[in-house]
Design a protein around this ligand. Structure first.
Ligand code: XMP
Length: 252
């Protein structure tokens, strides 16, 4: 089963469209055991109310991949969650291949990548690895922070078609052409979720970060067409993370 379908199944089973961003504030490298324990306990508490966990450099840098986050990925799987690596991978194909091999070897079910790097000698090698190992690839389309407009928000002349088009709409079209498992559009820009959704329909789901701490609203993002909400601080830093995740999942 493809990642797209597996996450759909997990979402139905958990009755939740929330992807937990397992992020914590900076801990000194010597405090890595404290950080590891916090991550394990957060995952335990919140797992009944989310369909997947998203891990990024917040944890891979201090904990390491095979010594650290691999155990969290295993823990997520045991709880019925999928694990997404938010690597925003953005290098030449030869390097991208090695990055993808390592993350998938560590057990991640999908990898977030940056389409600015292009297809030939860029992302194609990642899609090849993912296809061989039956994992997913999720493209950034429009990021949730203000500066996103300087890159993702530019109007461009598409190099293949010559048409004048918004960069993020072009990325949405590439997600269809490349058979991506998802795209990321910030909850902070619901009008852009709507535009991307108009291109993707039910074929490629939209993952939307930026709820709460960054100012985005869950309901607005979902109404605009987001299928999954990526939520970090709003849950992780809540007084009662499990209650907060439960509340968010019930608001959908
Ligand atoms: P918060 O605490 O703001 O965390 O809920 C959001 C998480 O998502 C990541 N993030 C993004 N990831 N595209 C992504 O792939 C984005 O546009 C984006 N915006 C935020 C962020 O690093 C954190 O883990």
């Amino acid at each position: 089963m493809s990642f797209k379908h597996r996450v759909e199944e997990a979402s139905k089973a958990k009755k939740s469209s929330i992807v937990l961003a397992l992020d914590f504030p900076y801990h000194k490298p010597e405090e890595r055991e404290t950080l590891r324990a916090k991550a394990q306990s957060m995952l335990d508490m919140v797992s009944p109310y989310v369909c997947a966990v998203k891990i990024n450099h917040h944890l891979t840098l201090p904990l390491g991949t095979f010594d650290g986050v691999q155990a969290l990925v295993k823990q997520a799987h045991e709880k019925g969650l999928l694990a997404i690596m938010d690597g925003k991978v953005n290098d030449i194909g030869a390097t991208n291949t090695v990055i993808a091999e390592y993350y998938f070897q560590a057990g991640f079910d999908a990898l977030i990548v940056n389409p600015f790097v292009g297809w030939e000698e860029g992302l194609k090698p990642i899609f090849d690895v993912a296809q061989r190992l039956r994992r997913g690839v999720i493209l950034l389309a429009y990021m949730s922070h203000k500066g996103a407009e300087e890159g993702y928000g530019q109007t461009i002349y598409d190099v293949q078609t010559g048409e004048k088009i918004k960069q993020y709409v072009s990325f949405a079209k590439k997600a269809l052409a490349w058979n991506a498992d998802g795209v990321v559009v910030g909850a902070t820009v619901p009008e852009k979720i709507r535009e991307v959704n108009a291109v993707l329909g039910d074929i490629v789901p939209i993952y939307s970060p930026g709820v709460g701490a960054q100012g985005g609203a869950a309901q607005t993002a979902l109404k605009a067409g987001a299928r999954y909400l990526i939520v970090g601080r709003e849950i992780v830093q809540a007084e009662n993370p499990a209650e907060q995740a439960k509340k968010l999942s019930q608001e959908q």
